[in-house]
Design a protein. Sequence first.
Length: 178
Amino acid sequence: MALKPTIYKMRIDLSDLDRNYYDTLNLTLAKHPSETLERMMARVLAFCINAQEFLAFSKGLSAAEEPDIWARTLEDNISLWIDIGEPNPDRIKKATRIAPSVKIYSFNSKSNVWWEKSREQFRELKASVFQFQWGDMQTLATLVQRTMGLSVTISGDSAYIAAGSGECEVTWSLLQAS
């Protein structure tokens, strides 16, 4: 019998000080059985950093041809493609042909090895690559509850996250600009 996804509901009060973007997001996420809490929260954080009209989670791990997060136009074209993790450069090359804006958010303990190995191939691609600090993501994962409210304040290259169960700061670095 196949394992079913776990559903999480989040109400996020978002303040992006750099973009002057303020919103309340009501997100329902399906955490794939093979997905870690750190990866799921990397998806949430990437969603917050890129929050805009028409931004949505795709089928994610269940649909290999789709990004984790995307924004689609009224004409149903993909305007923003966001992958979480350490994607293959060939996948991102294909994404750059489909979407005018492509972003990658790497988050785990093997990110540095992946980037050192793939850096040259990514240099030729029009994609922005970011790396969340692994220790920060582990701390963020400890705050997760099935139903939760979060306050996320983004400034510069960090996000301050407050939840009912605690608070933390997640920082990231830009590895490559598109």
